[in-house]
Write a protein of this length. Sequence first.
Length: 533
Amino acid sequence: MNLLSVKNLIIDFASQGQYKRVVDHIHFDIQAGKTLALVGASGSGKTVTALSILQLLSNQNLCKVSGDIIFHNQNLLSLNVKQINAIRGKFIGMIFQEPMTALNPLHTVDRQILESLTIHSNLSPQQKLYRLEELFNLVGLSQLTSRHKVYPHELSGGQRQRVMIAMSLANHPQLLIADEPTTALDVTTQAGILQLLADLQQHLNLAILLISHDLRMVKQIAHNVCVMNQGQIIERGTVQDIWHRPVHPYTQSLLQAEPGVMIEKAVQDDRPDLLSVKNLYVKYQDKKGLFNFGKQFTTVLNQVCFSVKAGQTLGVVGESGSGKTTLANALVKLIPFQGEVCYHGVSLSSSAKSQIKAYRRAVQLVFQDPFGSLNPRFMVQQILQEGLDIHAPHLSLAEKKLQVNQAIEDVGLNVNDLIKYPHQFSGGQRQRIALARVLVIKPQLIILDEPTSALDRLVQKDILELLVTMQHKYNLSYILISHDLSVIRAIAHQVIVLQHGRVVECDLADNIFNHPQHAYTQQLMAAAFGKLV
């Protein structure tokens, strides 16, 4: 029995005085207790299709939606605001692609989950707290049951994603729309979330619409697959048909897009250390009481040591909450730290103010959440030029424009995209803009925090090839943070493994992937590849 039926769906976006078709006459059905996956490259129309189901797209002046979306014998596109609000969050839950953007930064996570329960249920305050604790345990956030009054920015990317999943499941929905539900999760947590969704589906007869570029994940959980390209469904079938008997050339290209090793793995020991880190500590103060009596501190990074050689890549892996993003923020001096960070042999603690400014230009960070890090009021041209205005004020406007144009083309976008705003791009396209913003000022070391997590395999491979090309051309060094071990294996020369804020293993990339020594590293490899590699 079909729980949801999409028929002849058309979506047009307003662009420069005319409408551009982004979804073109598509149709699909979702059965109760089954999972349908929409797969395809970034910009293929997957996310806007999902958003249209709950009328979450822009107003009618910017977006036109037509067709039928039938749920319980009513067309969701014809409902008024009050009627669709009664369905959102209760009968149909949604896990959004970018949790930092979807979560309210001014409210604690427990308040945001309880809000959905308050709107759609008649539970008593005590029952809501019981349900809150149950949800935290359900999605692997049991550590928050005793300290759930935390804000989204105090959590890792993976923890924020799990909060989103808890919110979507709060009212036992019949249909769950999951837009890249494991994008920000490490391999072990990803496996747990997929098992969780499978268990919920079995026990609750839950239908799932899964939006993903991760074909390995789709294969594990989906029953049926629709492949989208340029707004159209170009192939559909069971998951076995798509994987073993793909017909369309585009589907075949998606299945063959797994990134392989792209670099010469030999590490030249005679190269100087561009950056060296010794005994790095980062501690966060726990909030306790109105006036913070009885101050306590949580150690997030503990005695972290490593070095990065000029022109080479250090990969950083570990589970969500292991301290990877905290490490990135500390290295660019966004948060205070203890320990020694030396750049070109000079300690930052003894550097003059002018040296610190030069360091901030030379060491750049690509943030994990591209939409949250891009100014929504700026066009791409302004976003890219802002760094040049700060770090290269001596350049003329024409010279800045030339560098901006080169940067946007380097990441595979067009100069015409410079006059658009971030919200007009797909998640993958926004990630490329974030990369262009860093490349435009020509740094020496780029810290990449999950730079390909929002990208499909085809675009991901292009971005990795771009990173390798730029590394060879400009002798760039990278610190690559990723939960996707295939990405790390593709371009990293050395790897450190973080667990609970400590480096448990540090070695050449080939040794880490082929002969992992620590039990935790072995666990990561087994979760990522099904066996030790």
